[in-house]
Write a protein that binds this ligand. Sequence first.
Ligand code: 2ND
Ligand code: ZN
Length: 357
Amino acid sequence: MAPTYDEIRLAPKVLLHDHLDGGLRPSTVVELAAEVGHELPADSADALGEWFTRAADSGSLERYLETFSHTVAVMQTAESLHRVAAECALDLARDGVVYAEVRFAPEQHLTRGLTLPEVVEAVLAGFVDGSARAAAEGKPIRMGTLLTAMRHAARSMEIAELSVRYRDGGVVGFDIAGAEAGFPPTRHLDAFEYLQRENFHFTIHAGEAFGLPSIWQAIQWCGADRLGHGVRIVDDIDPADRSLGRLAAYVRDKRIPLELCPSSNVQTGAAPSIAEHPIGLLRDLRFRVTVNTDNRLMSGTSMSREMALLCDAFGYGWTELQWFTVNAMKSAFIAFDERLALINDVIKPGYAKLGAA
Ligand SMILES: O=c1[nH]cnc2c1ncn2[C@H]1C[C@H](O)[C@@H](CO)O1
Ligand SMILES: [Zn+2]
């Protein structure tokens, strides 16, 4: 019997790729917009939720990204950032996520006078608050924060330094995001070199809206620990005999984690449908595949829903869901002993109870 959505909600899950500004509750967007006088394309929470998924269903990453103007606009004060972060931790925990790395771009939250450190501190405090509330509900979650620099802008070095500054306060990694075509990762090489000298961790959005050259640069020039999406690595796999090109072989041999986001990829046109999503092939070939939400608001989704969609499309059961989860936990940016403890004390016993082989 395939696991149902309700059963999957009970399973311990690990989420490595989730954007804070892509995961607000529609009702929170409505309330915060009213407070600051931001005009929204719909005024009830339900209609707004539908608007986001429809507008993001654009077939293009650039148009998908335009929807973020409405979330970023209502996240410009310490109070709103704190609230959104706390609700994020709580929503993930209620969905059964036990470890999450959530990312956002501090440089996008300065329009009402906050400084970069104030933005980061508000979000970190919100995660602490939300995790405490989740634990009180009997749903403990460990939150890690990634700071993102926007790839079209020129603040990556500053954001990299900010990440290192807050490494003992909850920031576990760095990322670059935004439109991919025309903005190669090597534009930010100085930031990545700095992070490597600091023994810090980073992932790079690559191989989503642009193909192999972007993935190659992210790994071989910039030294990315993981690939945000990385789904276009399939362009280096021969569909006839499934043989791997040099880059695909390197990614698999080195166990470079792929942060795959099925629904998001369908919306931006990076994959034709869930059933035809390359995750099936990549899992068969034993790449280090992880399952992620990307933007829960824009995709109207959750970790449990993404996993349920994959179970429907590919016939996955608990064994595969546990495999994705352990892959993700192994690939997290927190310390090895903490990762091991979550695998042995939370993930494996959780799936054993549900019947994973
Ligand atoms: O899937 C994505 N690809 C590239 N950029 C993205 C994606 N999802 C969100 N972003 C951007 C929009 C957000 O404002 C920013 C920081 O979270 O990251
Ligand atoms: Zn993303």
